[in-house]
Ligand binder design. Structure first.
Ligand code: DSN
Length: 416
């Protein structure tokens, strides 16, 4: 019996759900801005013998014997991350972006210190000071937001920073369609004597592909996930260059501060993903992500659907449904019914709860991986507009979704 059959016969319940999930991913249009499909080789590289290895510590300074190959793998991953982002320090061990941020807080701050990040409601991340997260519980969090145009008002950021004197300023987002002005954040951080953390989780692929500015010269530290636009396995990284005095404490902040043993098998897969991200194909992929997002925005504007900030300069599009008959939650559900996967999202000056919201967040990394170009991106935007404007037949849209997905299958045959 081969291994797939062994798994199927030993654990049919799990096997069945895995197959169904694979088929769901193939059959639906995935517009979750933070998701992607890893390549088969990145996936393959995550399934290896290093899953059995404890390697607490860092290369050549481990707490276990037998780490020779784990060391090589981690050193290769570090070198590639540094090459990709022009950094001089890389920690490839964080299990996630949140763990990376936790380690950075741990390295730079004392509990009770003031930190400043973008408000969750305005597009920031949980770990940028949300009251329900360690960042808002263990630290005194102050937030900045976006103006009525949906853009960051740097004068407001400066004003809040001067008033509250944060020790750490965070720039980065989960839902923002613009280009962040890293230099302005640097200047403000200098004016108040704060560290500057650029959380590039959403745009790290775009940065690696050269279509979004790299903050490595401006920020003291960068954090990222590896699985969003960067298209690697799930995980996080910490990068730095500007401030070598921090390198040691960043390492210590993660291990032993926040994590124990690194997931060495995933670090191998991260290394392969970083190598992919250095290719010309990857650069073109990132350019296409941007073109697809902008093509979708053009359709929404033409159809009278409100787009937060009226444009996008990255992979994200935020629809404001306030003027439609849908809440974000209802729209997410209607779209799921026809096979288009999105997530409800708060919009600037949101009046509804985070469980209901007035917006929908869309992103193009996953559809672009499956080979969708502008014309089909526009077709998808028309389908979404039809749903938003209640001008549609469910079965008709479902069949158009299937036409699109069937002409762009994703290579997900890991299990068969
Ligand atoms: N949950 C991620 C997102 O969807 O943007 C951020 O960590």
């Amino acid at each position: 019996m081969n291994r797939v059959d062994q798994l199927k016969s030993f654990d049919p319940e799990i096997f069945d759900n895995l197959l169904k999930e694979r088929d769901r991913q193939d059959a639906q249009i995935n517009l979750i801005a933070s998701e992607n499909y890893v390549s088969p080789i990145v996936h393959l590289a995550s399934m290896n013998a290093l899953t059995n290895k404890y390697a607490e510590g860092y290369p050549r300074k481990r707490y276990y014997a037998g780490c020779q190959f784990a060391d090589h793998v981690e050193e290769i991953a570090i070198d590639r991350a540094n090459q990709l982002f022009s950094s001089e320090y890389a920690n490839v061990q964080p299990h996630s972006g949140s763990q990376a941020n936790h380690a950075i807080f741990n390295a730079l701050l004392q509990s009770g210190d003031t930190i400043m990040g973008m408000s969750l409601n305005h597009g920031g991340h949980l770990t940028h000071g949300a009251t329900v997260n360690f960042s808002g519980k263990d630290y005194k969090a102050v937030t900045y937001g976006v103006n009525e145009k949906g853009l960051i008002d740097y004068d407001q950021v400066r004003e809040i920073a001067k008033k509250t004197q944060p020790k750490l300023i965070i720039a980065g987002f989960s839902a923002y369609c613009g280009i962040l002005d890293w230099k302005k954040f640097r200047t403000i951080a200098d004016e108040v004597g704060a560290y500057f953390l650029a959380d590039i989780a959403h745009v790290s692929g775009l940065i690696a592909g050269g279509v979004y500015p790299n903050p490595i010269e401006e920020a003291d530290i960068l954090s990222s996930t590896t699985h969003k636009s960067l298209r690697g396995p799930r995980g996080g990284i910490i990068l730095a260059k500007r401030n070598p005095d921090l390198f040691k404490s960043l390492n210590f902040g993660l291990f032993p501060g926040v994590q124990g043993g690194p997931m060495m098998h995933i670090i191998a897969s991260k290394a392969v993903a970083f190598k992919e991200a250095m290719t010309e194909d990857f650069r073109q992929y990132q350019q296409q992500i941007l073109k697809n997002a902008q093509a979708m925005v053009a359709v929404f504007l033409e159809r009278g659907i409100q787009v937060v900030s009226g444009q996008t300069q990255n992979h994200l599009v935020l629809l404001d449904l306030t003027n439609t008959e849908h809440t974000g939650k209802a729209m997410q559900e209607k779209l799921e019914e026809v096979g288009i996967i999105t997530n409800k999202n708060t919009v600037p000056n949101e009046q509804r709860s985070p469980f209901v919201t007035s917006g929908i967040r869309l992103g193009t990394p996953a559809i672009t991986t499956r080979g969708i170009l502008e014309n089909e991106a526009k077709e998808i935007a028309h389908l979404i507009s039809d749903v938003a404007l209640k001008a549609y037949d469910v079965n008709q849209i479902k069949s158009k979704v299937l036409d699109i997905t069937q002409s762009h299958p994703v290579d997900l045959n890991y299990l068969v």
